[in-house]
Design a binder for this molecule. Structure first.
Ligand code: TRP
Length: 335
């Protein structure tokens, strides 16, 4: 079992990233060989601020390490540091079909009404993502629901390449949704919108860097409804804010939603919210302390990333060489 996953270096992480993705990665470290990377090449698909990008990669690496990604267990790197990602992406862009990419819903969402003005990179980026995965012959790709279509595209590309060139170079990967309590964390102000860095209201999210007081305040002010807490999770349907808070509590305390509800059944949110704030603070304050310490030592972060890139490059080398050879690119220095 080899696990590969990436995260876009968007800057500050919030509770949604932590519970939805990163803590799953942390748990997988003991079960599989894991490669986790900052998808900095992906960050170029939309307007780039070079200074911001440089800072975001470091900040995100620090946040991942602070959250429990252990560079001694997992291979952690920035994908621009391993040239084989971009090299394989080109080869696979020539395997993938326009029609396949035209079906990608994320491109439609992200390009909006301005398809003609979107970058070619934004359109082609699912192929780079396929290269990220296929380069390491990953068997499992832990992703959220929104990335499932991209992993399926990686499967299609793998199968077509293997068929076209009559080999078994690529391993068609499995998307790995769920797996433990991967929580879908919603906004604290609107239970029907995802918790997001781009929400203009900071009260809608809990940032990894929020102080204990800020966390407590955000939970206190989180939107709820006046009804009492039910014992049965099915009764949370139609109550998105209540459902979100119960889901967060379960993910943070490691319990099921049933167990959480059983403790508060019949009560209002007055008792629930302080307990939730305490649980969040207990989880987040050590992460925050580690993150602040790591930020003081950017050289150490860079050293972790460089070591990870060297390990990743070693694993990638035979695959890119075999892919180049398979398509007839035998003049390449790495073939
Ligand atoms: N596209 C993913 C996202 O936006 C990030 C990503 C890039 C990724 N390459 C990947 C995820 C490879 C899994 C595997 O979240």
């Amino acid at each position: 079992m080899r696990v590969v996953s990436g995260i876009q270096p968007t800057g500050d992480l919030h509770l949604g990233n932590l519970l939805g993705a990163i803590l799953r990665w942390v748990r997988m470290q003991d079960e599989a060989e894991c490669l986790f990377f900052l998808a900095d090449l992906h960050a170029l698909t939309v307007d780039v601020d070079p200074t911001q990008l440089r800072a975001n990669v470091r900040e995100m690496a620090a946040a991942l390490i602070a959250s429990g990604i252990d560079p001694a267990k997992s291979i952690l790197f920035a994908h621009s540091a391993v040239p084989a990602h971009a090299e394989l992406a080109w080869v696979l862009e020539c395997t993938a079909r326009m029609g396949w990419l035209n079906r990608m819903t994320q491109f439609k969402d992200k390009s909006g009404k301005n398809k003609e003005g979107a970058s070619v990179g934004l359109f082609a980026y699912p192929v780079l993502q396929a290269a990220d995965i296929l380069l390491y012959r990953a068997t499992h790709v832990p992703v959220g629901e929104d990335q499932k279509q991209h992993v399926e595209l990686a499967r299609d590309i793998a199968v077509k390449f293997n068929t076209d060139f009559d080999n078994e170079l690529f391993v068609p990967p499995e998307p790995f949704i769920g797996g433990g309590s991967a929580a879908r964390v919603m906004s604290l102000r609107d239970g029907s919108a995802k918790m997001s860095k781009s929400d203009p209201s900071d009260m809608s999210r809990i940032n990894l860097t929020d102080s204990d007081d800020v966390i407590a305040q955000k939970i206190r002010k989180a939107k709820t409804d006046p009804k009492p807490i039910p014992g049965d999770p099915a009764l949370l349907d139609g109550r998105p804010e209540a459902k979100n808070l119960a889901g967060i509590f379960a993910a943070v305390s490691g319990e099921s939603v049933e167990q959480v509800l059983a403790r508060f059944e019949g009560q209002g949110f007055g008792a629930f919210k302080p307990a939730l704030a305490d649980a969040l603070i207990a989880m987040l304050s050590p992460i925050r302390a580690r993150l602040i310490a790591l930020r003081e030592d950017p050289a150490a972060i860079d050293a972790h990333l460089a070591a990870g890139a060297a390990q990743a490059a070693k694993l990638a080398a035979p695959t890119i060489a075999a892919a180049y050879r398979a398509v007839g690119l035998t003049h390449a220095s790495n073939a």
